[in-house]
Ligand binder design. Structure first.
Ligand code: ATP
Length: 202
């Protein structure tokens, strides 16, 4: 029974930046996005099941998953989307728990953009939200990815609103200031989590 911190936040809020600061203290990261790709990688049971269900048309020539084709299959099709989620979510949860168990650090940070939306918070002991205003989410994501304002707004609209996410958080990191201001917040939380992990042991 490891102490697990669920780290979340909206698009461009700074989850990766924050997670990497915890990693500097030797804390292992379990990344939901990475695992979501692994469970449908070439040769995986996930990709086999998807191919049997949707046909070979959802594969690229190299045999990997054609994400755009799969998205098109489930877009505006709640029944197919449900089928896909029912297939993948248990695989993702299982793999996340496997990586948590394999970790040897004092506690584990589980990074998940949709921690609350996908009910992954049931897998963690405490939640940490990286919070910034929507205008900053938009400008930083445009800066990072070179995408349009509309594209970012579309993703923002598909995620939980800021107020609800913050209301569910056990701890909040304000990432609206300079990058340096993050370090002190992360260090304080790291010390808190070390203590909570130790308390869990006893
Ligand atoms: P996504 O959900 O889109 O994967 P994320 O939450 O992981 O995003 P990051 O990639 O960590 O967010 O940060 C978004 C962008 O904002 C990056 O380019 C990052 O370098 C930058 N950034 C993060 N924190 C700050 C900060 N305090 N000041 C300025 N820029 C920042």
């Amino acid at each position: 029974n490891k102490f697990v911190v669920g780290l979340t936040g909206g698009i461009g809020s700074g989850k990766t930046t924050v997670a990497n600061l915890f990693a500097e203290y030797g804390i292992d990261l379990v990344d939901a996005d990475v695992i979501a790709r692994e469970v449908v990688s070439i040769g995986s049971d996930g990709l086999k099941a998807i191919t049997e269900h949707f046909g070979k048309a959802i594969l690229l020539v190299d045999g990997s998953l054609d994400r755009a084709a799969l998205r098109a299959q489930v877009f505006n099709n709640p029944q197919q989307r449900l089928w896909l989620n029912n297939l993948l979510h248990p695989m993702i949860r299982h793999q996340m728990l496997t990586q948590v168990q394999a970790s040897t650090s004092a506690y584990v940070i589980m990074v998940a953009p949709l921690l609350f939306e996908n009910h992954l918070d049931s897998l963690v002991n405490t939640t940490l939200v990286v919070d910034i205003a929507p205008e900053l989410q938009i400008s930083r994501t445009i800066q990072r990815d070179g995408v349009s304002k509309q594209q970012v707004e579309h993703i923002l609209a598909s995620q939980m609103i800021r107020e609800r996410r913050v209301a569910q958080a056990d701890n909040i990191i304000d990432n609206q200031g300079e990058n340096e201001l993050l370090r002190s917040q992360v260090l304080r939380l790291h010390q808190q989590y070390l203590q909570q992990a130790a308390d869990l042991e006893t």
